[in-house]
Design a binder for this molecule. Structure first.
Ligand SMILES: [Zn+2]
Length: 197
């Protein structure tokens, strides 16, 4: 079993794919809350994006994840629903505008292999939250991993400087373990990169 702190793979500009539009739906409650729990990015938002951070909720529902945004405690750009939810297998939720910096990583966090160890990661990243309890036996579904790869590929097409795909645990190892030891990181990497080889 791999350590979530080691979860990272990088995208090569030379392998940038062409993709159909992402199958996403705006989550109206999250989107409204995002006005109060996101920040303006510094500089051109399209050039700013360098990384995508993968999270898991440690909760069992989309509404539970959205409540964190409603309380203005944290935010993320997409939410991937769990197996027992109606959206599962169909679409992902867009929860905050990509042009805004969501609040998903602490400002003092960094990793030497991610954008040269820069801090203030929210300013130059996108956050994906996957609904999963992170408890033993609660597997991430194949569709969740496929949906996550589709978001990454969509962003890879759109953002010329996007390079690093990384776990929250790698960026904040003292406080966070998400997306957790159950997360099939190799499968995500394979599904993201496979069709470009
Ligand atoms: Zn996280």
């Amino acid at each position: 079993m791999r350590d979530p702190k080691d979860y990272q793979f990088d995208l090569l500009a030379s392998h940038r794919p062409t993709e159909p539009p992402l199958n996403e739906k705006v989550h109206p409650v999250a989107w409204a809350a995002a006005r109060h729990c996101t920040s303006a990015r510094t500089g051109d938002p399209n050039k700013a994006i360098r990384a995508i951070v993968i999270h898991a909720t440690a909760g069992a529902s989309t509404s539970g994840a959205v409540s964190v945004m409603q309380e203005h405690r944290a935010s993320f750009h997409w939410l991937i629903p769990d197996e027992n939810e109606a959206a599962h297998g169909k679409f992902v939720w867009a929860s905050a505008p990509e042009s805004r910096a969501a609040w998903h990583v602490r400002n003092n966090c960094s990793h030497k292999n991610v954008f040269m160890g820069a801090t203030r990661i929210n300013d130059w990243s996108l956050g994906i939250e996957i609904v999963n309890t992170q408890q033993q036996g609660d597997k991430f579904s194949d569709w969740q991993i496929q949906a996550c790869a589709e978001i990454i590929r969509y962003a890879w097409v759109k953002y010329p400087n996007l390079t690093h795909i990384v776990s929250h645990a790698r960026l904040d190892p003292m406080r966070r373990t998400d997306p957790g030891a159950n997360f099939p990181w190799e499968a995500l990497e394979h599904q993201t990169l496979a069709r470009t080889e």
